[in-house]
Design a protein around this ligand. Structure first.
Ligand SMILES: [Zn+2]
Length: 290
C-alpha cells in the first residue's frame, strides 16, 4: 500500500497487478472507500476499514475480493451490475459460457461470489467522502458499464482497464465495443488529469495525454493490420483468427483466447466494412479487401 496523496493510497495487486490481479485505490476521508477488490493478499489489512466499495466494472480481476468487505456498501454502473450479482449474468455479459468455466478454475483468484449491490453509479455523479470528492466518469467500451473515477482535489484519475498497457485496449467480450472504447479514451484525455492510476500498470504522472493518445491509437493500427492481411488474400473469420493478428499467441486454454481474438476482429471487420474498405460475402463467409 502506497499513499500517493494525503488520504489516497494505491493497493498494488499481487504479481505486479497482472491478471487475474489488479491494483485497487483506497480513499480515506471521513468515510473510507475502496475502488476494486482484485489486488489479492494486500487487501486483508483493509477488511473492516471500508465503508463503501466502488467497482470499476464486472471483471473478476476487479471484484474477486468483494467477500472480504461484507459490511460495506457496494456500487457499480447499472450496465455492469448483472455481471456481479449472478454467475449467469457474468457469463451472459462476457459471452464466455461453457468455454470459460474450465478457464476460471485454472486461475489463482477464482470462484464467483454473488455481490448484493447497494446502488448504481451514474456518469458525472459526485461522491463526497468528507475531505475527498470522487467523480464517476462512465467510460464504456472495455465493458458496457466500465467507469473511471476522478479524485477532484488532486486531479487524480483511476482509469481501471483503460490501462495504458503495451498490449493496448482490450475489447474481447461479446458486449465490449471498440468505438465506445475510443470515445472513452478521449473522455479521459479531456479531464487533463495530473496523475493517472490504472489497474495493471505503474502510476503515470508525466506525458499523460500523449500516453493516452498513443494507447488509443493502437485501435486504428489494428484496423490497418487487419486490412493489410485481407489485401493479401480474402479470408473467413476463422482463418483470420488463426493468424492471431491481435494476440500474436494463444496460450492455454487456447479456445478462450480464440474467442477473445474473434470478438475483437469482428469489431475491426465491422468498422472496415462501414468504411467501404472490406466486403463480406455471405455465401462464402469471406472477407475481402477492396
Ligand atoms: Zn477488465
Amino acid at each position: 500500500m502506497e499513499e500517493i496523496r494525503p488520504g489516497v493510497s494505491i493497493i498494488y495487486g499481487e504479481n505486479k497487478g497482472r491478471f487475474p490481479y489488479a491494483h485497487s485505490l483506497y480513499l480515506e476521508g471521513e468515510r473510507c472507500a475502496l475502488i476494486d477488490t482484485g489486488a489479492g493478499e494486500a487487501l486483508q489489512q483493509l477488511s473492516g476499514r471500508v465503508d463503501a466499495v466502488y467497482l470499476s466494472h464486472y471483471h473478476r480481476d476487479h471484484v474477486a475480493g468483494n467477500s472480504l468487505f461484507a459490511g460495506a456498501s457496494f456500487f457499480i454502473h447499472s450496465l455492469d451490475a448483472p455481471g456481479v450479482t449472478s454467475e449467469e449474468g457474468f457469463y451472459r455479459l462476457s459471452g464466455l459460457g461453457e468455454i470459460g468455466k474450465p478457464y476460471w478454475s485454472t486461475l489463482k483468484q477464482k470462484g464467483f461470489t454473488a455481490t448484493s449491490l447497494t446502488g448504481e453509479l451514474g456518469d458525472g455523479e459526485t461522491i463526497n467522502l468528507g475531505g475527498l470528492t470522487l467523480q464517476v466518469i462512465h467510460t464504456p467500451g472495455h465493458t458496457p458499464g466500465h467507469c473511471a473515477f476522478l479524485v477532484e482535489e488532486y486531479a487524480l484519475v483511476f482509469t481501471a482497464d483503460i490501462d495504458l498497457s503495451s498490449f493496448g485496449p482490450w475489447y474481447g467480450n461479446l458486449t465490449s465495443n471498440l468505438e465506445h472504447f475510443q470515445e472513452s479514451v478521449q473522455k479521459v484525455r479531456s479531464l487533463n488529469a495530473q496523475f493517472l492510476i490504472s489497474s495493471h500498470s505503474r502510476p503515470v504522472t508525466e506525458h499523460i495525454d500523449q500516453k493516452l493518445e498513443k494507447y488509443g491509437a493502437i485501435i486504428e493500427q489494428r484496423h490497418e493490420i487487419v486490412y493489410r492481411l485481407l489485401r493479401q488474400k480474402a479470408m473467413t473469420l476463422e482463418q483470420l483468427i488463426d493468424l492471431k493478428p491481435i494476440y500474436r499467441r494463444h496460450p492455454d486454454p487456447a479456445p478462450v483466447y480464440r474467442f477473445f481474438e474473434g470478438n475483437m476482429l469482428r469489431q475491426h471487420l465491422a468498422v472496415l466494412q462501414s468504411r467501404g474498405l472490406v466486403h463480406y460475402s455471405e455465401e462464402e463467409k469471406l472477407y475481402e479487401a477492396r
